[in-house]
Design a protein around this ligand. Structure first.
Ligand code: SAM
Length: 494
């Protein structure tokens, strides 16, 4: 069979076979037999997944394998298969025992459609317009507005394909689909996930990562998922929590014979996680449920409270919207605190430009007060490295009027507990592992206000808090390094 050597996103045969094996193994584990019937790959390329289906006998013969691809130059498949050059998103009215494939993530799927084709997609599809429970927001068939059509053009092709996979499967039919990992982890895709969960039971998700051969030119991580089409959709995605058995989540071993190589430093594992947990955390990606995040606070004897109980305010600085802050010369002005200024000992004021006392950049809300924490909002080099610090006020002799955070940093106002203790916790395993877990598996590490407030904080007595303040004072004065605060936290929690 012809393999397209130069094809960008073609799945190598060995990888496709490995993915097929996971489908077989997972279905065997849960005791689900593939219903007899035909097999469809609606974006089949050279048909590698149809071969996989034949190998596992999900298709009785090549005649029951149907492959569709837009591109006549790549379209191919096992001899005797039914192959057509067509738009795989268009419902052919048939229902299949297995729908399998690696559909496009973006590109030609949606953007290059004519206005009429986009409108047709808008009418026939629900996934792009549903709420967090996966229910269609507007009535089917209703004409979309211009704003909706714009949004629809930017909507990922892969999510339309998920809906197509679901609708093409017969009740009890199996869907096996490679998707961007973000489909399982990002809050942006939560509604689409919910829609699928209403219509299909999730059997397993396998991280396929590290190597970029699957998505040449991008470092996009992908995940392979297996679902079983329900006979009837559930009223709400949440209802799956009450009835579905646990889901198999796996990250393949580091040295596979088939190149499903994990990212450097990552580990291999298989866990089974209950649907209530997946739904509550709104994360279906294996990475989030990696057992290495096992609760660092398990066995902690101190009372645990959500950090949010002690956060009086969180705000990030002005976005500017095309405006840049104007520099201030001479005494006065405000220090603009960026991520570079965030150091173990506090803020490096030499790294803070002085700006004029002008809105939108200088406003009381952005103005740091003693004991506030400064937390970089996102970024691998800052948040990803657990950089955060505390502000203790302008040093004596500094003639600036104050310091304001820029839009890349959060000002976190802590009340009712020593903020030095909070900083110590966030920067030792007990807090950092909670943060790492949340930010793992998403393209750009980012900690939302909700996630920050949800971190669990051990609350010690006043003596330990006073000691945390003393140790922080020594760190800020350059008399001790940050480890001394970590030692206090570790010692207290041990
Ligand atoms: C990521 S490639 C995967 C190909 C194949 N499934 C594999 O794994 O080797 C996606 C394929 O989808 C095709 N494609 C893109 N949009 C499509 C559409 N609307 N309908 C059918 N095929 C489409 C592309 O031509 C390409 O061959």
């Amino acid at each position: 069979m012809r393999r397209k050597k130069t094809g960008q996103y073609i799945t190598p045969t060995v990888v496709a076979q490995e993915l097929g094996r996971y489908v077989a193994v997972d279905l065997a584990e849960i005791g689900h037999a593939v219903p007899p019937g035909a097999v469809l790959d609606p974006a089949c390329g050279d048909g590698v997944f149809l071969e996989v289906a034949l190998r596992w006998r999900w298709a009785a013969s090549t005649a029951t394998c149907r492959g569709v691809d837009l591109d006549p130059d790549v379209l191919d498949g096992p001899p005797g298969a039914e192959l057509s050059v067509a738009d795989g998103l268009i419902d052919d009215g048939r229902r299949y025992g297995v729908v399998i494939g690696n559909p496009p993530f973006g590109g030609r799927g949606v953007r290059e459609r004519t206005a009429e084709e986009v409108r047709e997609l808008a009418r026939s599809s629900e996934v792009w317009r549903c709420d967090k429970e996966g229910r269609a927001r507007r009535r089917k068939g209703e004409e979309p507005t211009r704003i909706e059509l714009d949004r629809l053009r930017r909507y990922p092709a892969s999510s339309f394909f998920v809906e197509r996979f679901v609708r093409a499967a017969a009740p009890g039919g199996v869907l096996a689909i490679l998707l961007p990992e973000s489909f399982f982890s990002s809050s942006r895709d939560a509604a689409a996930r919910a829609w699928v969960l209403r219509h299909a039971r999730l059997v397993s998700v396998t991280s396929v990562q590290g190597r970029d051969f699957l998505r040449t030119g991008t470092r996009a991580r992908t995940a392979w998922s297996v679902w079983i089409r329900r006979a009837e959709p559930l009223p709400r995605a949440l209802d799956a929590a009450g009835i579905d058995p646990p889901v198999i989540l796996r990250q393949p071993r580091d040295e596979t014979d088939h190149e499903l190589v994990s990212a450097p430093g990552s580990r291999s594992f298989v866990v089974r996680v209950g649907v209530p947990t997946l739904v509550r955390h709104r994360r279906f990606d294996p990475r989030y449920h990696d057992p290495q995040w096992e609760d660092p606070l398990r066995g902690c004897r101190l009372p645990l409270r959500p950090l949010g109980d002690f956060i009086e305010d969180i705000v990030y600085g002005a976005l500017g919207r095309g405006k840049a802050p104007r520099p201030h010369e001479g005494p006065g002005g405000f220090l603009l605190v960026g991520q570079k200024a965030v150091q173990d000992r506090g803020l490096d004021l030499a790294a803070c430009p002085r700006i004029r006392d002008e809105r939108p950049f200088v406003q009381e809300r952005y103005c740091l007060q003693p004991s506030d924490l400064v937390v970089p909002r996102s970024g691998m080099g800052t948040l990803g490295k657990n950089k955060m610090t505390r502000w203790d006020g302008l040093p004596a002799g500094c003639d600036a009027l104050g310091a304001v955070v820029d839009c890349f940093d959060d000002r976190v106002v802590i009340r009712g507990i020593s903020s030095a203790w909070v900083l110590g916790v966030l920067r030792t395993e007990s807090g950092w592992w909670q943060i790492r877990r949340v930010i793992s598996g998403v393209a750009q590490p980012n900690l939302s206000f909700t996630q920050l407030r949800a971190l669990r904080l051990p609350v010690p007595g006043p003596q330990v808090q006073a000691e945390a303040e003393r140790r922080w004072a020594a760190i800020a004065a350059g008399e001790a390094d940050f480890e001394t605060l970590r030692e206090l936290v570790r010692g207290t929690l041990a």
